[in-house]
Write a protein that binds this ligand. Structure first.
Ligand SMILES: N[C@@H](CCC(=O)N[C@@H](CS)C(=O)NCC(=O)O)C(=O)O
Length: 200
């Protein structure tokens, strides 16, 4: 049994979806409702995964830990280097690109400057989605014929664009991939589990 600290709709959704895909039991705790969460993770960010006596932080490190621990098709064995690169692309390149939208919204008070910088941030996100679209020219998912952990991570981040008044442009093949991942039963179960836990 794992314990996962999450925030509703945040990047920790991907951790939970992957744990469920791996057939693992997971207890989830809302970090927003956890007094002194910084004692759990000094950075104050989710995901945090408790595995036995270990407290793991940093989404990509957690992902690699669970994917290496449990046999699964989410981390293609035939090209581990590419699969790792895809996880890092999602976590360290796409996630921070979306993170800029949250930061600018919270920290710029001049509405004109805010919109201009949000548009510039959206443009850099769009360039990253073009990179994904090119990768999907020859396969339905970054992992090949079935979703990899990186596809799941991208499907979580892609939903954040709807919170902002910007044009996020996602290509057809990528849209198909994201829709397929978001329709996975464990993706739906994860959203439901977060809703139930956060409503308590
Ligand atoms: N580098 C960290 C960043 C995680 C992160 O930014 N998490 C967001 C949610 S998607 C968060 O918890 N933000 C709240 C905060 O940083 O205070 C990781 O990959 O785990």
């Amino acid at each position: 049994m794992y314990t996962l600290y999450y925030s509703q709709g945040a990047c920790s959704v991907a951790t939970q979806v992957v744990l469920r895909e791996l057939g693992q039991d997971v207890k989830i705790i809302d970090a927003q409702k956890t007094d002194g969460f910084k004692a759990v993770n000094a950075v104050g960010a989710v995901p945090v995964l408790i595995d036995g006596d270990k407290t793991l932080t940093e989404g990509a490190a957690i992902m690699l830990h669970i994917l290496n621990k449990h046999d699964n098709p989410l981390f293609p064995k035939n090209d581990r280097q590419q699969a790792t690169q895809d996880i890092m692309f999602a976590n360290a390149t796409m996630h921070p690109a979306y993170g800029r939208l949250f930061f600018l919204t919270q920290n710029i008070s001049d509405e004109k400057v805010k919109q201009e910088t949000l548009n510039a941030a959206a443009e850099s996100i769009n360039q990253l989605w073009q990179v994904v679209e090119k990768r999907l020219a020859s396969a339905s998912f970054l992992g090949g014929d079935s979703p990899s952990a990186a596809d799941i991570m991208l499907a979580v981040y892609s939903r954040w664009g709807a919170y902002f008044s910007v044009d996020i442009v996602i290509g057809d093949k990528t849209t198909k991939m994201l829709n397929a991942v978001q329709a996975m039963p464990n993706f739906i179960k994860t959203d439901e589990a977060e809703q139930v836990a956060s409503a308590k």
